[in-house]
Write a protein that binds this ligand. Structure first.
Ligand code: SAH
Ligand code: F3S
Length: 498
């Protein structure tokens, strides 16, 4: 009988891609997706270690699956990804009902391991070497790149896909666990990336997002030549059938002029740059070992603004980092008020065992201060985002239609008789747009006249002429656009956030 898999994914785009690849590998072995964890033959959690909260979510999910496993002991429970690499045996000490613990550098082994467990081989732990456990080469080899066939059904949408440019990270920011759990930085060859892009486009993919921990540090040496991200973008831009190319995450120091020029000159490359600043104070940036000053960050931002006045720049910030004073926090607040970020992801500092900050700097900002600073910074960003979005009212934007808006998703609203529903899509600069249109436009590029703006999204009407056969009296203005957390894409079968 066909065996069925359930997989839940926590964390970043890397994990979404890894889950897609694990599913593809198991499908090739004859597995299918289950419609619920309780009905599956194997339940996997693809995990994140970047903050404690992400780990706590997985341990609670493991607590819930324990009861299912008690009734059906033959279910294989697997913990995959970053937490597996970080905690190794500890996962099984805390949750002895876990059968498989597989780090991100060992995911290619999952199909074999799961069969071994089913055959009665007992629990298995497969992880890569620690960052101090050998030569760089040996450690790098123990993190095997894993990008075999893809599985369209596991992507957020069939017309959008991630492609990995590099695995790992060598920057070792003092707060960050990623270099420890994802291993040394290793670039994939441009030919491999191009071949993957062509294959995805042949399957109907229109938007590709290149992903790397520091995607703009991409370097691939090939004979006498070094290929950079700008070279890769130029080759991808020439792929017929592809409409949009994005790339995340950028490291401020590697935002070179050739890359900025590539974004300006290549029509398919979206003017959207996620370049996390992390903090506004030089003293904190030094304690974070980020490798740049705030003056250098602002100089970089100036070069982006000069070449790409319309580009959306976004950032990540950590509040309540070790020793953060009121004055230091105020420097971050000032940066958010003045830099014009389209949006920022704001995180409360979470100490991570194994990092320099954990070993050397006390986590001395009280939780309530972290919470307060988080709220203050979020409010400042919301104001800046709203001001930025208002500039779009009255403009016409080309939008890639992604799916039903969460309003129609959540309330189970069926499309009207002509298939009209509230849809959502994104502009090239990654702004979310909500509008009413027939669902057959999902996966297509449509022009929208923007009529209203909220902090986290825009709303408007399908422009005349483009949405053939949309009766205008069916279009209803969504009013003030909903909050970002109200907008969710339809979840593909068998995958859900923990
Ligand atoms: N380069 C990666 C960064 C991964 S971590 C990327 O692809 O985005 C994502 C964000 O989490 C970081 O930019 C940082 O703002 C935040 N972060 C990382 N470690 C953290 C910690 N220990 N506590 C709180 N936030 C953290
Ligand atoms: Fe983490 Fe810094 Fe790399 S934030 S992923 S160590 S660039």
């Amino acid at each position: 009988m066909t065996k069925r898999l359930w997989i839940e994914t926590v964390g970043c785009q890397m994990n979404v891609l890894d889950s897609e690849l694990v599913v593809a590998a198991l499908r090739r072995q004859g597995w299918d997706m289950a419609s619920a964890a309780a009905e599956a033959d194997a339940v996997f959690y693809n995990t994140c270690s970047v903050r404690q909260h992400a780990e706590d979510k997985v341990y609670s999910a493991l607590g819930r699956i324990r009861a299912v496993k008690a009734k059906r002991p033959d279910i294989v429970v697997g913990v995959l990804g970053c937490m597996a690499q970080k905690d190794q045996e500890l996962v099984r000490r805390r949750a002895p009902w876990v059968d498989l613990v597989v780090g991100p550098g060992q995911l290619h082994q999952v199909p074999t391991l799961v069969e071994e467990v089913i055959a009665g081989g007992g629990p298995r732990i497969e992880v890569s070497l620690d960052r101090k456990a050998g030569s760089r080469d040996a450690i790098a080899r123990s993190f095997e790149s894993y990008d075999p066939d893809r599985d369209p059904a596991m992507r957020p949408t069939p017309f959008q896909a991630f492609i990995r440019t590099q695995t790992g990270c060598d920057k070792f920011c003092a707060f960050c666990v990623v270099p420890h759990v994802r291993g040394p930085e290793q670039a994939r060859s441009p030919d491999t990336i191009l071949a993957e892009a062509r294959k995805l486009v042949a399957e109907g993919c229109r938007e590709i997002t290149l992903i790397g921990q520091t995607v703009n540090s991409y370097r691939f040496a090939d004979g006498g030549r070094t290929h950079r991200l700008s070279d890769l973008l130029a080759r991808l831009d020439a792929v017929d059938g592809l409409d949009r190319i994005k790339f995340v995450t950028n490291y401020p120091r590697d935002m070179t002029d050739d890359l900025i020029a590539a974004v300006r000159d290549l029509p398919k490359v979206c003017p959207y740059l996620h370049v996390p600043a992390q903090h506004g104070s030089n003293a904190v940036l030094t304690r974070m070992k980020r490798g740049y000053t705030i003056e250098e960050y602002l100089e970089m931002l100036g070069r982006i603004r000069a070449a790409l006045p319309e580009a959306a720049v976004t950032s990540d910030f950590i509040v309540g980092y070790c020793g953060e004073t009121d004055a230091e926090f105020t420097a971050t607040l000032e940066l958010v008020k003045t830099a014009g970020f389209k949006n920022s992801f704001i995180f409360k500092y979470s100490p991570r065992p194994g990092t320099k900050a954990f070993d050397r700097l006390p986590d001395d900002v009280p939780e309530e201060v972290k919470r307060e600073r988080n709220a203050v910074l979020l409010a400042a960003q919301e104001e800046a985002s709203l001001a930025g979005n208002r500039r779009f009212i009255g403009t016409r934007q080309r939008v890639l239609v992604e799916g039903l808006s969460s309003r129609d998703e959540k309330h189970g609203i069926d499309p009207g008789p002509d298939g009209t529903a509230q849809l959502t899509g994104r502009t090239p600069c990654d702004r979310i747009v909500v509008f009413d249109a027939p669902t057959r436009l999902v996966g297509r590029l449509v022009d929208i006249d923007i009529l209203a703006a909220g902090a986290w999204s825009l709303s408007g009407l399908v422009a005349d002429g483009l949405a053939d056969a949309v009766p205008l009296d069916h279009l209803r203005l969504a009013g003030e656009a909903p909050e970002l957390h109200d907008i969710a894409l339809p979840a593909p079968p068998g995958r859900s956030e923990v």
